[in-house]
Each structure stands twice: as structure tokens, then as C-alpha cells.
Design a protein around this ligand. Structure first.
Ligand code: DX5
Ligand code: ZN
Length: 218
């Protein structure tokens, strides 16, 4: 079954605890946390202290998306804050293999994210070491952007590779995911849908997930 990961980037930060509890009650399966440093991406968001706070109020897995330069420096802090998944960008680290090992040494599931223009072949020698690939379907940095259609072919190709090589790596898709394009994205091979503005902008989270599930047929 496709898992839904609301991105708290679009939540009401002044009521973050309530927002996360409401998302959990509505049936969300993960909490997606976007960490931005104003260097790798043009925006600045939150750090490990927030993850620590979120850990206290939800049982859902915390899915941390690091859009930061030098991610190795922060793997320990995000892991001890209670992250279940930590994903680094292939473009943000010179030594991707080392960055993945830093996360795994902390006992946390490791993910690698690719920007829209980064080819899938950059995963060739790391796919067997990770639990998740995050395909960016917008340029990272902001919520509410439009889905870049070439991501669909990328998801399909990645799904084929994972099946051929018999890996159990999850495919997560992030950026511009809406009820209207969700079925297309899951048919292409997505296991986890990150939804920010569509989810938190909907007002009624239970009704939103119900409609989404109907759309997905599962
Ligand atoms: C963008 C972030 C996303 C963002 C998605 O850089 O990684 O997680 O919150 O927001 P929407 O769903 O509005 O595109
Ligand atoms: Zn994200």
C-alpha cells in the first residue's frame, strides 16, 4: 500500500503539535521533515531540536529530508533526536558513500535524494546500501511548486532497476504531489508520497486522505 508522508513545511508552525497529531489521526503513515540550510537550498527551516520535539508527540516514523551541505556533520544530532529515516542529497556531499555510512552507523535507515536533473546512474554503487530513494519532482527549497513531469520516467526506470536487482529499496516522491496526479505517480512505482501544500492546505485531513485513497484505489 502507498504510504502518505505529509510534509510539515506547509503546516501551521505555531500549532505544529496539533497539526502532526491531526495528520496522524487522519491516517498519515510518516511525518516528513524538510531541513534546509540556506546554502544547499535558498531557504532556511528547522534543525534537530524540532525533530526531538516531534518525537515526543507522535509514534509515526519521522522521515528527515536533509537539504543541507555537509550532512555528515549533522547525522548524529538528527539520529539522536529520534529520526527513523535520514535522507541526504547526492548533490550535497562529495563522499556519498561515507554520508550513507554515517547515517547507518547511527542505526537509522538511510535514504538518498536526487534533484530533478541528477541522473539515476549516480545511485548505481549505493543502491544496495540504502533503504530509500527520494526522487525530487521539484527543485528543492520550497513547498507549493509544480510537479516536473520528467520525474515520472525516472521513477519508472528506478522501479525497474530495483526489481531487476531484487532490492527492497523504497521509492519516495517529493514535490508537487496532489490528489490529481497521485495515481500516475504510484503507477510509475512510488511507495511513499510526500504531500505538503496539498495535504495541509486541504483543511480536512481525514477527508483528504479518504479522497486520495479512493483515487489510488488502495
Ligand atoms: C521541497 C520539500 C518538499 C515540500 C513539498 O523542497 O522537499 O517536501 O514540502 O511541498 P509540496 O507538496 O507543496 O510540493
Ligand atoms: Zn522534502
Amino acid at each position: 500500500m502507498t504510504r502518505i508522508a505529509p510534509s510539515i513545511l506547509s503546516a501551521d508552525f505555531m500549532r505544529l503539535g496539533d497539526e502532526i497529531r491531526a495528520a496522524e489521526e487522519a491516517g498519515a503513515e510518516l511525518v516528513h521533515v524538510d531541513v534546509m540550510d540556506g546554502h544547499f537550498v535558498p531557504n532556511i527551516t528547522i534543525g534537530p531540536m524540532f525533530v526531538e520535539g516531534i518525537r515526543k508527540i507522535t509514534k509515526l516514523p519521522i522521515d528527515v529530508h536533509l537539504m543541507i551541505s555537509d550532512p555528515d556533520k549533522y547525522a548524529h544530532d538528527f539520529a539522536s533526536a529520534g529520526s527513523d529515516y535520514i535522507t541526504v542529497h547526492a548533490e550535497a556531499t562529495t563522499h556519498l558513500h561515507r554520508s550513507v555510512q554515517c547515517i547507518k552507523e547511527e542505526g537509522v535507515k538511510a535514504g538518498v535524494s536526487l534533484n530533478p536533473a541528477t541522473p539515476l546512474c549516480s545511485l548505481d554503487y549505493i543502491l544496495s546500501d540504502i533503504e530509500l530513494v527520494l526522487i525530487m519532482s521539484v527543485n528543492p527549497g520550497f513547498g507549493g511548486q509544480k510537479f516536473i513531469p520528467s520525474a515520472l520516467e525516472k521513477i519508472r526506470k528506478l522501479k525497474d532497476t530495483i526489481t531487476e536487482r531484487n532490492f527492497s529499496v523504497l521509492i519516495e516522491v517529493d514535490g508537487g504531489v496532489k490528489i490529481e496526479n497521485a495515481a500516475k505517480i504510484t503507477r510509475a512505482g512510488a511507495d511513499i508520497l510526500v504531500m505538503g501544500s496539498a495535504f495541509f492546505g486541504s483543511g480536512d485531513y481525514s477527508a483528504f486522505i479518504k479522497k486520495l485513497r479512493e483515487e489510488l484505489g488502495k
